[in-house]
Design a protein around this ligand. Sequence first.
Ligand SMILES: [Zn+2]
Length: 210
Amino acid sequence: MRLLHDWEYTTITIEALVKAIQEGITLPPRPIMITFDDGNLDNYTNAFPVMQKYGFNGTLYVVGTYIGAPQYMNVEQIKEVARAGWEIGSHGMTHPDLEKLDLQTQNYEIVDSRWYLENKLGLPILTFAYPFGVSSCGVNNIVYKAGYIAGMSIGATPDQCKSELYNLHRFVVKGVYGLNRFASLLPWWGDLFFLPTETPAPVNTPVPAQ
Ligand SMILES: [Zn+2]
């Protein structure tokens, strides 16, 4: 988070990205979306305070039946994070592989979870993250019909585009990744001083500012 801050990234919600794509609203410089799936309690105890410190917001994708379970965030914690400017989205009711379900169960996971979360949390639920990043045309279509404005997938590029609003790209970032590996995912770089010196910088240094 300190690296992102020092390299002048600005966090945006998925809703802001969709508005930029659909309506052409201007995004801040070096926009980045930081998302967390499943609603684990450490998102609240660890990530939230660190991100608050740097003025960052993120997006939480919560699972209907996980809310309030041991080691998962409860309603009050999710609401507190939302009050700080975070976006809350749906990650289904039970976190299944959506492709393997029949249509009725897919509707339960996608359509009903939106209604369920909006009522339980008292917040708008505008975007959906596919469990395991897995979806299909049929699944994307249900997400669209349920009124979500976007679907979050996993991708290999930081670019986003209108034709893929229901397959927006995300990089998986694991706790074991070192700072250099993390930085290699970023489209804009800043002072290399912030990277560990023991590892040589990647040969393919991306173009500086936009
Ligand atoms: Zn998940």
